[in-house]
Design a binder for this molecule. Structure first.
Ligand code: GCW
Length: 714
């Protein structure tokens, strides 16, 4: 009996020990299991020399202590005069002679890159982590710790790295009342009520996490903006956050409501060419910089979905952007102007509107303006072709906008790893300057010789204990940072790193979990938006399927606008016989979509209205192919569940159960998408769901009757 009790107690404490809540993200610093690596890491981190004593170098030190205690069960000795120690860290200016490895030139790495090198000092080998700036050193240290966390051998280390993109940003769609537009992980991290007095520990951990993946800017507020953020009491709160983030290399940006001069300035107009308005913005900028000397600048959504903007005064987006740009220019600030625009009065295909509005403005923006373009022309769909603006505005630096929060990709209940989506877009060839003019090369400025460049991700972060809602959604935050640093990294490599740091280095866990991640986005596309279908989700909250909706005020808010199903077929004809949106792409780029018979099937219904009887490459009719895709997608979620169940032994109880239960929800959502869409489209095709598939167990009426008045993020 005693024995039994004891083992129950032991079991309980083991469970307790192993339970993890996900708060530590990919910075768990768990004990290194590989014995020989452990020994070499331990001797390396025994005595560390850190040159310099800035706040950033203090962060370096704290991180090394934390990591070393966790991974090696050892507290390093810091000796800043010990130049022949094992590990010497510091920015290049602070090294005496002999400096770090002479074989690597420190010039090429710029202000944020770093060098990790090995040299021999008095017969002993020494590792140096150095950079031109302390922030570069911090990035180098995080990289080095990642090597240890992923159990990388360190006997040969000669590594130079610099970010490919300059502005690596998160865009928070956080409201001042702490709700988060399209947020599925709780409320906003920013507690405006207790700022500036209270610096929540989470602000610091948020900054650590971002610095660890190279994110160097954060837009704190929703693009559907509230002008109150630009008033003095709020600016002092913003300043407190900026002060917290600064030593981590993170700049703060705010969204600017275009009508702020009226709303908080008491002016009669917000006309960007009005002298009073221009002066108001200049004064406002001066005020902001008095609080935050390194304020990054403004992000603006204007004349889109009801937001005010320059067109309200018959001015252009360039007029609007330039007024704000002139205000921040004396302080080296920038304006990021969004190209996500479409207007109620414009009856043309929504796909075409941003291009039509912005291409004529190319060359008309000040040189501290960037135009931020969503990855696709509609709206962050599970799969969409790259936005035709990429490559079409050579005189304007274009910033990429991805959505990390999964508004249209299963929100926080579905496991969907987004790196493959990001990569698919970045690798797409625009042909703007001949073959090889990929979207990545457009945004990094290399094709059109821009010095400003960057990539933003709409954040999926909230105050849930695990930050992102779904334990695997953390990987999407991680991927945004890693691809921003180096868009050539493969999805596989990023998943591998993240899994090792977030769960375990166990090889069989990694192989299986990585496979699941890599397939997950394709699976999601299959059970929700196959063959180029898009925008057929529920109204408002965008949760689940509702392809039947046709009663919303604006045509392009209705799913029926996008799928155009009728008795003849389904899909949006965007070729020359239809809306001709396809003409916005360069000829070589659009070639793969133009002809119905040769169109890449991933985008078939995006560009064509296709007969239900059309013969697909698989030999199936379009209708049968739709059935196949929906059924196969849902079936593959079942496979994901099985895979995950097989990984139980490698994962702590809490996170294992959390993912397991979410996969259960994901399966039922996949079946819901499948049944609702097929039953609805069947009312047009009048064709049967092939008999070898299990029949939908609910009626179309049932699916139509579902309501989610309190779905999150809306
Ligand atoms: O995807 C849509 C979202 C809106 C969002 C808008 C935008 C912030 O449904 O919630 O508004 O895009 O990107 O501006």
């Amino acid at each position: 009996m005693k024995k039994l009790l004891l083992s129950i107690l032991l079991l309980a404490s083991a469970t307790f020990l192993f339970a993890e809540d996900g708060y530590d993200l990919w910075m768990r610093y768990k004990a290194v299991e590989n014995k020989s690596l452990l020994t070499s890491y331990k001797s390396l981190l025994k005595e560390i020399t850190i040159k310099g004593n800035s706040a950033t170098m203090q962060i370096v030190k704290d991180e090394l202590i934390k990591a070393s205690e966790g991974m090696l069960n050892q507290v390093p000795l810091f000796n800043d005069s010990l130049i022949d120690g094992n590990l010497v860290i510091g920015n290049i200016g602070l090294f005496g002679t002999p400096g770090p490895s002479p074989t690597i030139t420190i010039k090429e790495i710029g202000s944020e890159g770093f060098v990790i090198s090995k040299r021999n000092i008095k017969g002993k080998s020494q590792i140096n982590i150095t950079a031109n700036t302390d922030i570069g050193v911090l990035y180098g240290v995080f990289h080095f710790l990642r090597l240890l966390q992923t159990e990388h051998p360190i006997d040969k280390l000669e590594f130079t790295s610099a970010p490919k993109l300059q502005l690596r940003l998160l865009n928070h769609w956080d409201n001042l009342d702490r709700t988060v537009e399209r947020g599925y992980a709780g409320f906003s991290l920013w507690n405006w009520h207790t700022l500036p007095g209270l610096i929540d520990k989470r602000y610091i951990d948020y900054a650590r996490a971002n610095a660890s993946i190279g994110i160097n800017g954060t837009v704190l507020t929703n693009v559907n903006a509230n002008a109150t953020i630009l008033t003095a009491p709020y600016l002092s709160k913003v300043a407190a956050l900026a002060n917290t983030f600064r030593p981590y290399g993170i700049k703060v940006y705010l969204t600017a409501r275009f009508s702020a001069p009226i709303e908080i300035g008491g002016l009669k107009t917000a006309d960007p060419l009005d002298e009073g308005v221009r002066n108001w913005w200049k004064e406002k900028a001066r005020e902001i910089y008095s609080y935050i000397p390194d304020f990054g600048g403004f992000l603006v959504k204007a004349n889109s979905e009801g937001q005010p903007g320059p067109q309200d005064y018959k001015r252009t987006h360039a007029d609007g952007a330039n007024t704000l740009a002139d205000a921040v220019a004396p302080f080296k600030g920038i304006v990021i102007w969004r190209a996500f625009v479409y207007a109620a009065e414009n009856p043309d295909d929504r796909h075409k509107q941003a291009y039509d509005d912005f291409v004529p403005l190319d060359g008309k923006f000040r040189n501290n303006v960037m135009v931020q373009v969503k990855n696709g022309a509609i709206d962050f769909m599970p799969r969409e072709p790259f936005h035709p603006l990429f490559g079409a505005m050579p005189k304007t630096p274009l910033m990429m906008e991805f959505q990390v929060t999964q508004e249209y990709l299963g929100q926080a209940t579905n496991l969907v790893y987004l790196a493959p989506l990001f990569k698919e877009v970045l690798n797409s060839d625009t042909y703007s300057n001949g073959k090889g003019s990929t979207v990545a090369k457009v945004i990094d400025g290399s094709i059109d010789k821009h010095s400003l460049n960057g990539m933003a991700g709409v954040s999926n972060i909230g105050n849930d204990i695990n930050w992102c809602g779904h334990p695997f959604a953390q990987a999407n935050w991680y991927a945004l940072g890693r691809l921003n640093w180096d868009y050539n990294l493969s999805s596989e490599k990023i998943a591998d790193e993240w899994l090792r740091m977030t769960f375990t280095n166990n090889a069989s866990f990694i192989t299986n979990a990585r496979k699941m991640m890599l397939e997950s986005r394709d699976i999601m596309v299959q059970y929700s938006n196959p063959i180029g279908l898009h925008h057929i989700m529920g109204t408002g909250h965008h949760y689940g399927p509702a392809p039947w909706v046709s009663n919303l005020n604006r045509p392009e808010w209705n799913p029926v606008y996008y799928h155009k199903a009728d008795s003849a077929g389904i899909g949006f004809n965007r070729t020359s016989s239809g809306s001709n949106a396809i003409a916005q792409y360069f000829p070589e780029a659009r070639k793969v979509w133009e002809e119905i018979n040769s169109c890449d099937e991933k985008y078939l219904l995006w560009f064509h209205h296709v007969s239900w009887h059309f013969k697909m490459k698989s030999g199936r009719t379009l209708w049968d192919e739709l059935c196949y895709q929906f059924y196969n997608g849902a079936e593959r979620v079942k496979q994901m569940q099985k895979n995950w169940n097989g990984l139980k032994q490698f994962v702590d109880v809490d996170r294992f159960e959390h993912v397991k239960q979410l996969l259960g929800i994901q399966y039922s959502e996949a079946v819901w998408w499948r049944n609702a869409c097929l039953l609805y489209f069947q009312t047009f095709s009048k064709m049967p769901i092939p008999s070898h598939y299990e029949k939908p167990d609910k009626s179309l009426e049932y699916y139509k009757s579902l309501r989610f008045p309190f779905a999150p993020g809306n």
